[in-house]
Each structure stands twice: as structure tokens, then as C-alpha cells.
Ligand binder design. Structure first.
Ligand code: 13P
Ligand code: SF4
Length: 306
């Protein structure tokens, strides 16, 4: 490690102790951020961890909705995001106004919101889900009840396929990183690595998921790779996950399905910005209390069932 990077890392560690902070990182973060974090996880694990910690400060290395979920669950804590511009374009595909209008049309439908939404959208929702528990969350609702699933149409379709007895109306949102994957990308990767199993994130299109040997959240993909007898994998999710896969399974081989699988928003967090945010305890992520009060019900309802 170059000397100036080593100095920055040790200064971040010192500041972390001084500020009584916990550094949380999503698997799509840069390797050096993942390595520094106290905890690396998928969206579900990160929200659980945010709810459970006694730390005074949470530094959330991820995109904005993730830090906001931590702020919803822990209003007494200082929640900091190293780059406030790190947004999720999928979360921006549903606004509270548009959701209210759709609820008006579908009177009586229960709103299941993917965690990749703003606090204001969560406040309009009955229950939140993540990619790890979407099917289970849908199943937790009364059998005859119509469901409005927002905003990811691919995850919604995936959850619907596991709940064929439910009526599910999909919002037309998508994650452009995963949605850009095509059957041809997977076939090309399979031709290059014929012995590899394909593991895909449910934000991919159904025809891509149909080619996968396993479909799971980021943590689920790690678990699958660890427990499988297979030694080689094609990974169809954001490239940051490969760092963790290679750490956890050093004897196995991992290939990214396509070089297009990069989320630039996740990569906005750098060591320098992490250092600055710990030093200044800024920028903070705060949710106005009237919104938080309503959003927390939907998040806690999810945490109670999964
Ligand atoms: P996970 O819930 O699997 O961590 O995914 C989050 C995400 O943003 C996927 O694009
Ligand atoms: Fe949002 Fe997609 Fe990036 Fe995940 S990978 S944070 S869903 S844009």
C-alpha cells in the first residue's frame, strides 16, 4: 500500500475511535472501503446492523437510500454519508406523489416497497422488502389482497413468480446496471467459462434469471458460492461483490458476466471522502420526523418477519 494511502487509512481508524463511529459498507463499494468497514453486508443485513448498534455515529458507505434507512431506524444517532450525491437511480423512479396517485387508482392494494426507495416513499408504503426477502414479504400479506410492488419491475416479477397465487401490480422501474444485461451477455460468458455456474441478482431481467443456476441478493450469492461444490462462477451483479467473493472463497474462481456491471454511484465513496466525513461528521442524513414516523413502521414490519 503506498505510504500516503496507509496514512489515510490509519487516520480514518483513529478518527473512527475518536468519534465512536461504526463504518458500514455495502458489497458494491470500492475494495479499500470494504476492507476498512466494521461491517460489510447486503441491504437487509445493513439495516439490521444499523438498528442494533450502540455506536453514536454511523458512517454509511453506500448510496443515499441506505443511509436514510439507517436514519429512519436510529433517529438518535448521527448518520453520515461520505458523498451525498451517491444516489440510486432506481429509487428516483418513484416519487411519493406518483405513488399516492397509483394507490388512489388501486384502492385497497398493499404497497410493498423495495428498500431502494426514498424515506418519503417508504412513508406511503405498507411494508418494505429487500432483494433477500421480497417473496417472503409478499407472502406475509393476507392471501386475497392485491399488492402494488414498487419500484423494481424485475424484482417484483421474481417475487410474483414465487407467489403465483397473489395478484401483484408492478411499477415500471428498474436498475439500469442490472437491467442492461441481456441473454447474449450471459451466453458469451458461459461460452468463455463453460464449467462455471451462473449466479444472478434478482434486479436482472427474467430471461437473464432463467439462465442462472442461482438467483439471490448479494449476501445470498456469497452464501451460494461458499456452500456450493462448484469451483467457478459467473457473477451477474455489480462488480464490487467479487472482492468479497474472492476473500471468502480464495480457492474458487469468479468472473464478472460483463464489464458493464459497475454502479458509478456506489463508487463515489472514496477513502478521502470517508476521511472528510468522519472528520467533519458531515454531510448528515436526516429524515423529517413526520416522514420518519410513518416510514419506520414499514421498515420495522419487514424486520419483524425476516
Ligand atoms: P442487495 O440488497 O442484494 O444488497 O442489493 C442492493 C442493490 O442496490 C442491488 O443493486
Ligand atoms: Fe441502485 Fe442499481 Fe446502483 Fe443498486 S446497482 S445502487 S439498484 S443503481
Amino acid at each position: 500500500m503506498p505510504e500516503e494511502i496507509a496514512e489515510l487509512v490509519s487516520e480514518i481508524k483513529r478518527l473512527k475511535e475518536d468519534r465512536e463511529a461504526l463504518i458500514l459498507s455495502h458489497y458494491y463499494q470500492r475494495p479499500e472501503i470494504q476492507d476498512l468497514a466494521d461491517f460489510v453486508g447486503d441491504s437487509l443485513e445493513l439495516s439490521r446492523r444499523a438498528a442494533a448498534t450502540s455506536a453514536r455515529v454511523l458512517v454509511f458507505c453506500g448510496v443515499h437510500f441506505m443511509a436514510e434507512t439507517a436514519a429512519i431506524l436510529s433517529p438518535e444517532k448521527i448518520v453520515v454519508i461520505p458523498d451525498p450525491e451517491a444516489g440510486c437511480p432506481l429509487a428516483a423512479m418513484v416519487t411519493p406523489e406518483a405513488l399516492r396517485a397509483r394507490k388512489e387508482q388501486l384502492r385497497g392494494a398493499a404497497v410493498v416497497s423495495y428498500v431502494n426507495t426514498t424515506a418519503a416513499v417508504k412513508a406511503e408504503s405498507d411494508i418494505v422488502c429487500t432483494s433477500a426477502n421480497a417473496a417472503k414479504v409478499v407472502r406475509s400479506l393476507p392471501p386475497g389482497q392485491e399488492v402494488l410492488f414498487v419500484p423494481d419491475r424485475n424484482l417484483g416479477r421474481y417475487a410474483a413468480a414465487q407467489n403465483p397465487d397473489r395478484r401483484i401490480v408492478l411499477w415500471d422501474g428498474y436498475c439500469y446496471v442490472h437491467d442492461q444485461m441481456r441473454v447474449a451477455d450471459i451466453l458469451k460468458a458461459k461460452a468463455e467459462h463453460p464449467a462455471a455456474a451462473v449466479l444472478a441478482h434478482p434486479e436482472c431481467r427474467p430471461e437473464v434469471l432463467a439462465l442462472a443456476d442461482g438467483v439471490a441478493s448479494t449476501s445470498g450469492i456469497i452464501r451460494f458460492a461458499r456452500e456450493s461444490a462448484v469451483r467457478e462462477f459467473i457473477i451477474v451483479t455489480e462488480e464490487g461483490l467479487l472482492h468479497q467473493l474472492r476473500k471468502e472463497c480464495p480457492d474458487k474462481r469468479f468472473h464478472l458476466a460483463s464489464p458493464k456491471l459497475v454502479c458509478p454511484n456506489m463508487k463515489r465513496v472514496t477513502l478521502t471522502k470517508l476521511h472528510q466525513s468522519l472528520y467533519n461528521l458531515e454531510p448528515r442524513v436526516e429524515v423529517p420526523e413526520p416522514i420518519r414516523e410513518r416510514a419506520v413502521r414499514a421498515v420495522e414490519r419487514m424486520l419483524a418477519i425476516s
